[in-house]
Design a protein around this ligand. Sequence first.
Ligand SMILES: *[C@@H]1O[C@H](CO)[C@@H](O)[C@H](O)[C@H]1NC(C)=O
Ligand SMILES: *[C@@H]1O[C@H](CO)[C@@H](O)[C@H](O)[C@H]1NC(C)=O
Ligand SMILES: *[C@@H]1O[C@H](CO)[C@@H](O)[C@H](O)[C@H]1NC(C)=O
Ligand SMILES: *[C@@H]1O[C@H](CO)[C@@H](O)[C@H](O)[C@H]1NC(C)=O
Ligand SMILES: *[C@@H]1O[C@H](CO)[C@@H](O)[C@H](O)[C@H]1NC(C)=O
Ligand SMILES: *[C@@H]1O[C@H](CO)[C@@H](O)[C@H](O)[C@H]1NC(C)=O
Ligand SMILES: *[C@@H]1O[C@H](CO)[C@@H](O)[C@H](O)[C@H]1NC(C)=O
Length: 345
Amino acid sequence: MKLVTKAPYSRHGQHHRRFILSSIAFILFFCLLASINEVQFDHLLNLGHCNGSIISTTTTTNAAITNSSSSSSNATNTVAVAADDEIRILIGILTLPDQYPRRHFLRMVYGTQPAPKGAKIDVKFVFCNLTKEDQTILVALEIMRFDDIIILNCKENMNNGKTFTYFSTLPDIFSDNGNNNSSQLEAKPWPPYHYVMKGDDDSYFRLGNLVSSLRPLPRDDLYYGYVIPCPSMDPFVEYMSGMGYLVSWDIVEWIKESEIPRNHLDGPEDKVFGSWLKEGRRGRNRHNAKWSMYNFPVPPSGCTHEFWPDTIAVHLLKNQPKWIETLKYFNATKDLKPSKLYHIP
Ligand SMILES: *[C@@H]1O[C@H](CO)[C@@H](O)[C@H](O)[C@H]1NC(C)=O
Ligand SMILES: *[C@@H]1O[C@H](CO)[C@@H](O)[C@H](O)[C@H]1NC(C)=O
Ligand SMILES: *[C@@H]1O[C@H](CO)[C@@H](O)[C@H](O)[C@H]1NC(C)=O
Ligand SMILES: *[C@@H]1O[C@H](CO)[C@@H](O)[C@H](O)[C@H]1NC(C)=O
Ligand SMILES: *[C@@H]1O[C@H](CO)[C@@H](O)[C@H](O)[C@H]1NC(C)=O
Ligand SMILES: *[C@@H]1O[C@H](CO)[C@@H](O)[C@H](O)[C@H]1NC(C)=O
Ligand SMILES: *[C@@H]1O[C@H](CO)[C@@H](O)[C@H](O)[C@H]1NC(C)=O
């Protein structure tokens, strides 16, 4: 059994060791339980494989429902013993403070997808400064309940730098400087996320397929997405569509530090993003996820594709019927448990 941990503050070594020991004890306990009962813990606790080297007990994918009744064990919230091959992904969905129903809907959509094995995916909603009185209550309540919101220091905009603010703020948000104390932090892995995505709120991501497609790819200098223009399959010519593009953590840090992005903020955000990488000669590893990413099939165009199982993302889900059709095709409700409490035809 191989445990990979980072201990940034070694003066807490004693604590740290005790923490690790109790974590191991906890994991062994569950392995024992699992082997006796052959219980499938998969969806409750993302413990990974008990008998191998894969031990990942970080908070599971269902970011939106972390604190709901299903995470009954308090240990799952704090243990952060990351395995070598755990992939950590942040999906930041850029949206607006007033889009309450959309966030509610997306939380259900992502909170009910099975957690991909060996991956930790955090889905967070990203917007700029609140501007209305009611938002200060409603958004605060959401954060207290779901803790999946990032409020940037900016004035709402789509094509005037919000994307820059998003990426360039992340290193500070997740650096954890200024809080030395808690034992949780001592075991925090680095980088906080291998990959960071900017997604649209009318895109639907299939998390399992996303993780599978990322697994063979480099974890540095990576630029991933749906190549624009639609007929092109060459990721090195233009840029990735704003429906959802992803970069490795080193590029996130580069965006924060380089002069290039901050000097070029205005224009279609996805195109501008591509131009930074071109000018900075970044993203030398690129992956075109077309045609696993595509626009909703109707109306057909050069950017659409029929639904197919090998889907990573569907874009332009502009209304409820389109979402329903999509969720139906991907069997989003197949894990609904039978109960006397309800009957759904
Ligand atoms: C458990 O270990 C055995 C032997 O190393 C291996 O064949 C098997 O695939 C492992 N099972 C899991 C679930 O990792
Ligand atoms: C879980 O929380 C309870 C109280 O909330 C505490 O007594 C217990 O020690 C915790 N267990 C672990 C493993 O942290
Ligand atoms: C989740 O639960 C933990 C422990 O019970 C608590 O410390 C944390 O603040 C809760 N988070 C949210 C968003 O409610
Ligand atoms: C956003 O809000 C913060 C804190 O309230 C404030 O300091 C900052 O100036 C605001 N930024 C903008 C762009 O309005
Ligand atoms: C955290 O620890 C570092 C070095 O041990 C110290 O310089 C810093 O002031 C500490 N931060 C806080 C908030 O205590
Ligand atoms: C650590 O936490 C304790 C108790 O919560 C507090 O008294 C102390 O000031 C904290 N130390 C640092 C460096 O934050
Ligand atoms: C949805 O479920 C049906 C019936 O079990 C199956 O035939 C189909 O392949 C599933 N679709 C996807 C995308 O998994």
